[in-house]
Design a protein around this ligand. Structure first.
Ligand SMILES: Nc1nc2c(c(=O)[nH]1)N[C@H]1C(S)=C(S)[C@@H](COP(=O)(O)OP(=O)(O)OC[C@H]3O[C@@H](n4cnc5c(=O)[nH]c(N)nc54)[C@H](O)[C@@H]3O)O[C@H]1N2
Ligand SMILES: Nc1nc2c(c(=O)[nH]1)N[C@H]1C(S)=C(S)[C@@H](COP(=O)(O)OP(=O)(O)OC[C@H]3O[C@@H](n4cnc5c(=O)[nH]c(N)nc54)[C@H](O)[C@@H]3O)O[C@H]1N2
Ligand code: SF4
Ligand SMILES: [Mo]
Length: 910
């Protein structure tokens, strides 16, 4: 079956080929419906991104598509209204602001989780019809430094290579990328290639020894923001070693001498200091790079999210240009995109400083071309406000009407409390989301229900420039509508009906494709003219397609036959030469006695961003069920912080309260807090409230990674742990604990909590939390006044409705086991006492913290298997199935084997 036929198959009722809505790997998934109506997902074996593989998040997609918590109707000020009223209201709100204060008084803040068609329409409305460039996107927080680095080197925002380059390289350098957790299927492909060709080398550059280190031959625990110096040092090293490709540099580049001079100004001491690495470690890496022709450098947020992110990108690209290692199999710099459609957003020009189809807003020729094509009444002549400045403008009242779509800035923007305040004070705020309650939605005057993954249709582009279809397999729920349709309906009401009269996604895509080819003639990298006349049926059946996709008769070849850019040494600058950029490393984050540590932020394996979707999945929520800070045991000990203690993490901006996870994999002097937890899931864990809005001066991307911080024990009077059928409603309960965090489990919810002062009536608190027994139920409790330990359980018929465990220490109850009791049968009243005992009875097991989400296998089970003689990941897999589906947990299993097979005790709180 060809992939095109798969498209046709997608029209059948039982099987739909679509694309995963999470990371930029862009895996193809097939959704199948069984006779009984249940649906399942599997990796699409024909999709060139994943060839059938899926990671833990992709495998759990079906746990996230229910309607629980969905926004299903338009709302104005919390009241349900009809679509007409909502759309009129939005159009009037924007039109009024524009009439009174001009087009720059309004703004859109959109997202790399938009489909290309949504994105195209939003950009066209703002830039062509409202006449402002005030549309920016969460990609500013994500890819802006890569975009800026590409543009200043290549003349365009081009990713030269393909995923297969990671497989055929002899050296893969991963810097600022936790590929194992953030691009898991690409990581699996790399791991498989290395297993097949063990001579291949992998170098990981990350302050933390992440799970990606599992396949690394060399890990450089770099000092925060040491990358510019490290790669500048490499350029000088290459030159000194006579390994510069002189003929390539002369024929195809400019600026080499200046770049080398800047790089050579760094002496060994400066490199030691700036990289925080031993000279020997650095030189081992330099030697590998110098002696290995086929080298790919993969980078992501450890590079982009920095006040010197663009310079880091340039320092990396410089080394590839100097060696001519670009655009050929197994060679090149490779910026991996985060979101499913970060690339698509760049193609349509969704950033405030771009236009459309990789054209530039400040280029009059480009403006004229696009303006004519759109028949646009007005086009902005200058770039619009970039995310951080945009929210500053909201804060100081310059923006009178703001429309936020498919992103959650109250949690994900730096200085998030200030962003929250700004949004709350903005006179007119519209939010389009799939959920009814998010930290951002809370401030919406108008809430618009969008279609979610599985319901919507369109395209996304992955990290290797491959455009794939997302296809609907579920009906639109209640009144939810596609984002592009909502935008078109508003545009029509603002007087632009004709330009926004699309009847489906295919028409929008065709227009976007036509624009990409307009006046292009090989001048711009992004050209999908071959798809400009695509009709409905072909759009339906569209197979994954790599861009550029030029019209058949086009004589302008910009790309090699193999789909890679720049092998011919022709770039998109005016003289067609690539530009070296001279970079001067900036100093690392300044710490001092008050703020002695550096706070680093990022992602975990099984959660996606602000948890609006992955937080619904019991499987995914049990891997790391609570907000935490990772800290080196040597940093924790002098502060009196022990594993599983609650701690406050502070920066100059504020404080969060999270669980301490002691780990020797963390670089000393640094802390790591995941970005995922919001006010919906925890009392005080929005890490972006701690991150100042410092930006890279070239790209405008915030420095979300490295912030001066300190940490101290939180020391509550008592800790609690509960399992509950219903999530707690603190308003109704009347007393929220000082600290709390909730997560989904199969039968309900898990709650961690703590009180700085124990409630005078703990039993009363327990009863209102876990419920009072009904007539055929029972409430049990056990209180030890001496130790402060208490346990409460409520049963309703044969079911446990909730149990609360309280202790003066972190509660020592087996979490996974306790959560399973929500689904257990308690018809026999005697069995109920095991809940109070808090321990598995005879014949049942405590699985421990979940390691393998696919099969729900926990650390305790794996340790038992190891003790029983399973000393390889595969043998653990044979015994327990763990790690045999998506493979995302294999590195963690290997670490458990290393620790427990060798008899060393674990320091990581499991
Ligand atoms: N599970 C999961 N996967 C995801 C996402 C998710 O939310 N969850 N989000 C997706 C998105 S949008 C994105 S952008 C990507 C991000 O993917 P990644 O960039 O791989 O993820 P992060 O965890 O943000 O950061 C990567 C690493 O950068 C390191 N780092 C911090 N500072 C520095 C530094 O100065 N130098 C170097 N060399 N490294 C540093 C951090 O320690 C961290 O391990 O992931 C995508 N995939
Ligand atoms: N400290 C720190 N901060 C960071 C980062 C970091 O590493 N550290 N990373 C940054 C990066 S790289 C990124 S990409 C951002 C991500 O940050 P956000 O974009 O804010 O995070 P999401 O949770 O993905 O938000 C997407 C929202 O869109 C909704 N949604 C989902 N599908 C649809 C749809 O089809 N239509 C509409 N209208 N809504 C939909 C979801 O429910 C959710 O509310 O965070 C950034 N912030
Ligand atoms: S690697 Fe995982 S999250 Fe990323 S696209 Fe593939 S299945 Fe989805
Ligand atoms: Mo991202």
């Amino acid at each position: 079956m060809t992939i095109a036929q798969q498209g046709e198959a997608s029209l059948s009722r039982n099987s739909v080929a679509t694309t995963c809505p999470y990371c930029g790997v862009g895996c193809g998934v097939i959704v199948e419906q069984a006779e009984d109506g249940t649906r399942s997902v599997r990796g699409d074996p024909k999709h060139p991104a994943n060839f059938g593989r899926l990671c833990s998040k992709g495998s759990a997609l079906m746990e996230t598509v229910d309607l629980d918590g969905r926004l299903l109707h338009p709302m104005i000020n919390g009241q349900q209204v009809g679509w007409n009223e909502a759309l009129d209201h939005v159009a009037q709100g924007f039109s009024r602001a524009i009439a009174e204060h001009g087009p720059d008084s309004v703004a859109f803040y959109v997202s790399g989780q938009f489909l290309t068609e949504d994105y195209y329409v939003a950009n066209k409305l703002m830039k062509g019809f409202i006449g402002s460039a005030n549309i920016d996107t969460n990609s500013r927080l994500c890819m802006a430094s890569s975009v800026a680095g590409h543009r200043r080197a290549f003349g365009t925002d081009t990713v030269p290579g393909l995923y297969e380059d990671l497989e055929c390289a002899d050296l893969v350098v991963l810097t600022g990328s936790n590929l194992a957790w953030c691009h898991p299927v690409l990581y699996q492909r790399l791991a498989a290639a290395k297993a097949a060709r063990p001579e291949m080398r992998v170098v990981l550059i990350d302050p933390r020894r992440t799970m990606t280190a599992d396949i690394a031959d060399l890990h450089l625990p770099i000092r925060p923001d040491g990358d510019t110096a490290l790669f500048a040092g490499l350029l000088a090293w290459l030159a000194a070693a006579g390994q510069v490709n002189e003929s390539y540099v002369t024929r195809h580049t400019s600026g080499f001498a200046e770049a080398l001079a800047a790089a050579s100004a760094l002496d060994r001491d400066m490199l030691d200091q700036m990289t925080g690495l031993e000279a020997a470690e650095r030189e081992a890496f330099y030697t590998l790079f110098t002696t290995t022709g086929k080298t790919v450098t993969v980078y992501s947020q450890g590079v982009n999210q920095s006040s010197c992110g663009t310079d880091k990108v340039s320092a990396i690209i410089n080394c590839h240009l100097a060696t001519g290692r670009i655009g050929r199999p197994g060679m090149g710099p490779f910026s991996v995109t985060g979101q499913p459609n970060a690339m698509g957003g760049r193609e349509v020009g969704g950033l405030a400083n771009m236009l459309a189809a990789h054209m530039e807003i400040e280029n009059p020729e480009h403006r004229a071309l696009v303006g004519l094509f759109w028949n646009a009444p007005r086009m902005p002549e200058k770039a619009g406000l970039k995310a951080v400045d945009l929210f500053h403008a909201v804060a100081d009242g310059r923006i009178k009407a703001l429309w936020i779509m498919a992103t959650n800035p109250v949690d994900s923007m730096p200085d998030a409390d200030a962003v929250q305040k700004a949004i709350a004070a903005c006179p007119f705020v519209v939010v389009s989301d799939v959920l009814a309650s998010t930290d951002t939605m809370r401030h919406a005057h108008v809430a618009l229900p969008a279609l979610a993954w599985g319901e919507k249709d369109g395209t996304v582009t992955n990290s290797e420039r491959r455009i794939s279809r997302q296809r609907a397999f579920l009906p639109a729920p209640a009144e939810a509508r596609a984002d592009w349709r909502i935008l078109c309906d508003v545009a029509a009401r603002m007087g632009f009906a004709e330009a926004f009269s699309y009847s489906n996604a295919a028409e929008i895509f065709a227009e976007h494709a036509a624009l990409s080819a307009l006046g292009n003639e090989g001048r711009r990298d992004f050209d999908i003219g071959a798809l400009a006349t695509i009709g409905n049926a072909d759009f339906e059946a569209l197979k994954p397609v790599l861009w550029p996709a030029l019209k058949e008769n086009s004589s302008f070849r910009t790309v090699g036959q193999d789909g890679r850019f720049f092998a011919d040494g022709r770039f998109f600058t005016e003289d067609r030469k690539a530009r070296f950029i001279a970079v001067t490393p900036s100093l690392p984050v300044q710490t001092d006695a008050a703020w002695p540590l550096v706070l680093n932020t990022g992602r975990i394996r099984d959660q996606w961003h602000t948890m609006t979707r992955t937080g619904k999945s019991p499987r995914l929520s049990q891997h790391l069920a609570e907000p935490f800070v990772e800290i080196h045991p040597d940093d924790a000990a002098p502060l009196g912080i022990a594993a599983a203690d609650l701690v406050s993490v502070r920066t100059a901006l504020g404080r969060i309260v999270v669980r301490a996870l002691l780990s020797p994999r963390q670089r000393k002097g640094m802390l790591f807090v995941p970005m995922h937890w919001t006010d919906q899931f925890a009392s005080c864990a929005r890490v972006d409230a701690l991150v100042p809005d410092l930006i890279d001066p070239v790209s405008g991307q915030p420095a979300s990674k490295n912030v001066a911080a300190r940490i101290e024990p939180y020391a509550p009077a008592c800790y609690g742990f509960a399992v509950l059928q219903q999530p707690p409603d603190w308003e109704q309960i009347g007393h929220a604990p000082d600290y709390w965090a909730i997560s989904r489990c199969t039968g309900g919810w898990r709650l961690e909590c703590a009180f700085t002062e124990a409630p005078a009536d703990m039993a009363g608190f327990a009863a209102s939390l876990i419920g009072r027994a009904h007539e055929d139920g029972e409430n049990l409790s056990y209180v030890d006044a001496r130790t402060g330990q208490a346990r409460y359980a409520a049963f309703n018929g044969a079911r446990l409705t909730g149990a609360l465990y309280v202790d003066q220490q972190p509660v020592g109850v087996a979490r996974g086991w306790a959560a399973e009791q929500l689904e257990a049968d308690f018809t026999d009243p005697l069995r109920r006492f095991i809940v109070i005992a808090g321990r598995p009875g005879k014949g049942s097991v405590d699985r421990g913290a979940i390691v393998c989400s696919c099969f729900g296998v926990g650390a305790t089970q794996i340790k038992t298997a190891i003790a029983g003689g399973c000393h390889t990941v595969d043998s653990v897999g044979q015994a327990l199935q763990a790690g045999t589906n998506c493979g995302s947990c294999r590195a963690e299993i290997r670490i458990l084997i290393e620790r427990h097979a060798a008899g060393t005790p674990a320091t990581v709180a499991a």
